[in-house]
Ligand binder design. Structure first.
Ligand SMILES: [Fe+2]
Ligand SMILES: [Fe+2]
Length: 244
């Protein structure tokens, strides 16, 4: 574990082989109870950063990435959907990582990223895989799960890590970085308070499909990452969203 800068500071932890969680806390003075913005860095022949954090926190993100590897060595900057915490600092990153390409789903590219990004994105189709070297990621389209038409998730198949974005969002300061304790109830409490899920009728089918990939680590964007039977947890979430 490393702590980068002070106040607010970022925390960097390896949560699966070659996958680092960069957690930037928002203090209780900014968000009641505190909140975390997590980026994940996959270190490999073609390093990938998943999520950039907001533009105003870019200096902190840059320091945190540099703690693990040279920022200009990044090759891919991926994100689940088009919101400031997912990709607000995209252009700042592209400016300091000249060989990095934005990577997102086809809908995100079409509706936002081809216009917004300073370099053209690589738009992934549902099921498409990208080899990073010893790691490999597969893109899943998940429209409106939990929100945004363009939403999707990456599954890293060598470590069975699902980069699950805003699914299982937990409030608080994200301790510990990786937990085996229950995250469904805390994330359900957060969902009840914020109503940040869409009301798509296809949540169960999409969650079943993610469950079939059998992730053993869920790399949550907000809160602790989690280790355990990811298929069971995804199906438990489907039961909450779509009681049978
Ligand atoms: Fe979001
Ligand atoms: Fe998010």
């Amino acid at each position: 574990m490393a702590t980068i800068d002070q106040d607010p500071g970022a925390r960097v932890d390896e949560i699966a082989g070659g996958i680092y969680r960069i957690s930037m806390p928002l203090p209780p003075s900014a968000v009641p109870g505190g909140f975390t913005l997590n980026q994940y860095l996959i270190v490999d022949d073609e390093p990938m950063l998943i999520h950039t954090g907001p533009r105003r926190l870019f200096p902190l993100l840059r320091s945190a990435v540099a703690h693990v590897m040279p920022v200009d060595g990044l090759r891919h900057v991926a994100f689940s959907h088009f919101e400031a915490d997912e990709c607000g600092a995209l252009n700042e990153l592209l400016a300091v990582a000249p060989n990095a390409t934005p990577l997102c789903g086809r809908v995100a590219a079409m509706v936002s990223v081809e216009d917004y990004a300073d370099r053209p994105p690589r738009a992934l189709s549902d099921g498409e895989t990208v080899s990073l070297g010893s790691h490999s990621v597969r893109w899943y389209d998940t429209p409106h799960l939990p929100h945004a038409w363009e939403c999707g998730f990456l599954m890293e198949t060598s470590t069975d890590t699902l980069l699950c974005g805003d699914l299982f969002t937990q409030g608080g300061l994200g301790d510990p970085p990786l937990t085996e304790a229950d995250i469904l109830e805390p994330s359900e409490a957060f969902r009840m308070g914020m109503d940040y899920f869409s009301h798509t009728r296809h949540a169960r089918a999409m969650l079943d499909r993610l469950a079939e990939a059998k992730p053993t680590t869920l790399a949550c964007m907000h809160g602790s990452a989690w280790r355990g039977d990811g298929a069971a947890l995804l199906r438990a979430l489907a039961d909450r969203l779509d009681p049978q």
